[in-house]
Design a protein around this ligand. Structure first.
Ligand code: PMP
Length: 350
């Protein structure tokens, strides 16, 4: 006789950063400290709730149209999902179905290995250098797919477009996913390369640069064939992914390019100022092109600083993982929040 427990899938899940119940200075999940665009507020206020009695458009047409126009593509080149986590998960399931290993860096977004395990995808985590940079040559070998977060997380390092193109030139036989969750904070997007490389899928999100983490909107841009494949998989799991309010909010958000540019610029300025302050306190860090800084201190252990900050109601992210367990990932908040962080760090360090 068996036990029903023997048939459990027993996955090891991804652990998201803490969402505290009380009010804290929250620099632990790379959210945007600024509110969503006013255009999003207006559309939500005027939303006719009666529409919610109907299912939303399963094709998410208005939002795909809007994203396609913003990035200069056709709606057939755009897939949308419930956050880029959903988009990436569908992409893994759609494209990684080979006997060969899927390759991604050993230090990167830790959800990749979780999806690969869940879907029984063979994979190899390729070691990054001691300075956390990625060797593009490591991705020239025969593979079942490639996933590169650019900028990478949690390292915050952004590679130039030539780097991504070089990986594409050397990989025409498998799908290359470039996860650009943080690209708007200073990187150059690989979307234009989609016109040249039919195996490239670029994934982005509304959660960071567009202040809509709570709305859960992510998207992918790629060759029409890739998008069709992803839709086939999506329609085999759940046809109605984005709800009515998210669809119209996403469109309103895309329409406010001015606010998007303004908030991104503020975060970049705050980031650069915070780098100077952290340097003066004895921290070193990679040259972040994201909305977070990945820092280590010359004398104090990262875990100690993390715990001391938490006592002061300042939450940053600490990963108890090989090679990065003496680093903190600090999200860029408002100037006032970063001032409080710096003041608290001064107290902890003295
Ligand atoms: N990719 C990377 C590299 C991330 O850091 C995150 C945020 N945790 C995501 C994707 C997913 O973000 P979301 O699902 O909110 O779009």
């Amino acid at each position: 006789m068996g036990d029903f427990r023997d048939n459990f899938r027993k996955v090891v899940p991804y652990v998201p950063g803490e969402q505290p119940k009380k009010k804290v200075i929250k620099l632990n999940t790379n959210e945007n400290p600024y509110p969503p665009s006013n255009k999003v507020n207006e559309i939500i206020k005027s939303f006719d709730n009666n529409k919610n009695k109907l299912y939303p458009d399963p094709d998410c047409t208005i939002l795909r149209d809007s994203i396609a126009k913003r990035y200069g593509f056709d709606e057939k080149n755009v897939f949308v999902g419930v956050g880029s986590d959903d988009v990436l998960s569908v992409a893994f399931l759609s494209f990684f179905n080979s006997d060969k290993e899927v390759l991604f860096p050993d230090i990167t977004y830790s959800f990749y290995s979780v999806w690969a395990d869940l879907y029984n995808i063979k994979y190899r985590q390729v070691k990054v250098n001691d300075d956390f940079t990625i060797n593009k040559e490591d991705y020239y070998s025969d593979n079942g797919g490639i996933v590169i977060a650019n900028p990478n997380a949690p390292t915050a390092i952004c590679e130039p477009l030539e780097f991504i193109e070089d990986i594409l030139k050397n990989n025409t036989d498998s799908v290359v996913i470039v996860d650009e969750a943080y690209i708007d904070f200073g990187g150059v997007s690989a979307v234009e390369l989609i016109r040249k490389y039919e195996n490239l899928l670029v994934v982005q999100t509304f959660s960071k640069s567009r202040s809509l983490a709570g709305m859960r909107i992510g998207f992918a841009i790629g060759n029409e064939e890739l998008i069709k494949e992803m839709n086939d998989v999506k329609f085999s799991i759940n046809s109605y992914t984005l709800n009515q309010v998210s669809l119209v909010s996403g469109v309103a958000c895309i329409e406010d390019e001015e606010y998007f540019n303004e908030t991104v610029e503020k975060i970049v300025n705050t980031r650069e100022r915070t780098k100077e302050e952290l340097k003066n306190l004895g921290f070193t860090f990679t040259d972040s092109k994201t909305n977070f800084i990945f820092a280590t201190h010359k004398d104090l252990f990262a875990k100690f600083i993390f715990e001391e900050l938490k006592k002061k109601d300042i939450f940053v992210r600490y990963f108890s993982l090989p090679r990065i367990d003496n680093y903190l990932r600090i999200t860029i908040g408002t100037d006032e929040e970063m001032d409080e962080l710096i003041a608290s760090l001064k107290e902890i360090i003295k």
